[in-house]
Design a protein around this ligand. Structure first.
Ligand SMILES: NC(=O)c1ccc[n+]([C@@H]2O[C@H](COP(=O)([O-])OP(=O)(O)OC[C@H]3O[C@@H](n4cnc5c(N)ncnc54)[C@H](O)[C@@H]3O)[C@@H](O)[C@H]2O)c1
Length: 336
């Protein structure tokens, strides 16, 4: 699917966070639709090191890039030398910046701000030098407990991750004031699910985690009150659509990437049970994240529609249905 009228063949494209969930999907999008595009895939890849919450410092995994034919570089976006090498070796037309500490439960504020905020500004400077359009990942976590529908301009992050993404957006606004000759688009993804998220382990979406519980023969475990915990779940294909449309925005800026509909965790469990042909009784467990947890997210997608021409094509039912064969493959090859 081409989405817009740009021919990316013969363009040089930097994708950061390319061994992660969204970055690797972008790599394959370009490879499949624009085989002559020159894709540079940068990621620090996992080393086994963990944060104090016990989760991996990097979720990048080589398996997300099996079949990828572009250039793969293992490097840290905090490393100025790497950025200088990229600046000298290439002339980028587009930068899709997905690399980040993506785990919302990480509490190391120093590394979070350095990696997510400061390295973004360095990459933005590189984009400006190369006259490359910048498309980067912001997040619905910038909204925290702000009321629904979440709207750009009304943020209230409740963890350092959400704060870091909001600081990226503030940097964007300050650069846009300078009147640049590139476009900069920050995309506030809501809850993304779909193929290539599996290696995010416990931070992968509930869709894949619930599905594998069901396939193991276990009842789905939901937090108490899960019918009242509502989120805007967006399928990966729609996130790719948003990234591509963000290459020729009517106006640079920050945009929501959601369906505009809030659905419950109970809905996910119910749709999965139907798709997988199971009928377990749900088990309810206490929610340990009260206070740090978003209870109702629903993207205001009006500006995304008007300025990017973005509109989600997948309802939760459609996204899960499309994802089921990959969920089953993962279960056979990675879980069992
Ligand atoms: N998946 C979601 O639901 C969601 C929602 C909102 C925002 N986002 C944002 O979208 C982007 C992509 O998220 P994802 O779900 O693909 O997560 P991911 O963790 O799978 O991908 C991020 C990638 O960045 C890499 N990375 C981390 N630190 C790095 C560093 N210092 N140098 C180089 N590479 C580094 C990791 O190895 C990983 O492969 C992130 O910026 C994330 O914050 C994701």
């Amino acid at each position: 699917m081409k989405y817009i009228d740009i021919d990316f063949n013969n363009k040089t494209i930097l994708i950061t966070g390319a061994a992660g969930f969204i970055g690797s999907n972008l790599c394959f999008y370009f490879q499949e639709n624009f085989p002559e595009a020159k894709i540079i895939a940068l990621d620090c890849f996992r080393s086994g090191e963990t944060f104090s919450n016990g989760n991996l410092k990097s979720f990048g995994h080589f398996k997300n890039l099996i079949g990828f034919k572009g250039t793969v570089i293992s490097g840290d976006i905090n490393d100025k030398e790497i950025l200088l090498n990229l600046e000298n070796e290439y002339k980028f037309d587009y930068i899709f910046h997905q690399a980040a500490i993506s785990d919302t439960t990480v509490s190391e504020q120093d590394l979070m701000v350095k990696t997510n905020v400061n390295a973004y500004e360095d990459l933005l400077k590189l984009a400006i030098k190369h006259k490359a359009n910048m498309i980067y990942a912001s997040s619905a976590a910038t909204y925290g407990d702000a009321s629904s529908p979440q709207t750009v301009g009304n943020e209230s992050p409740n963890n350092v991750y959400g704060f870091s993404k909001l600081m990226m957006d503030n940097i964007t606004y300050s650069y846009l004031k300078k009147g640049l000759d590139i476009s900069i688009v920050g995309l506030r993804y809501f809850n993304v699910y779909g193929p290539k998220e599996f290696f995010k382990n416990k931070t992968a979406s509930t869709v894949v985690q619930f599905a594998h519980q069901l396939l193991k023969g276990n009842a789905p475990k939901l937090f108490e009150g899960s019918d009242k915990i509502l989120r805007d779940f967006i399928y990966i294909e729609d996130v790719i659509q948003a990234n591509i449309k963000a290459c020729s925005p009517k106006k640079s800026g920050i945009y929501n990437v959601g369906t505009g509909k809030a659905r419950s965790f109970q809905d996910i469990a119910d749709i999965l049970q139907k798709e997988l042909g199971t009928s377990f009784q749900t088990e309810y467990i206490p929610n340990p994240y009260i206070g740090q947890y978003q209870f109702h997210t629903e993207a205001n997608v009006q500006a995304s529609k008007e300025e990017l021409g973005f509109e989600a094509r997948f309802e939760l039912e459609d996204g899960i249905k499309a994802y089921i064969p990959e969920i089953k493959r993962l279960f056979e090859q990675e879980v069992k």
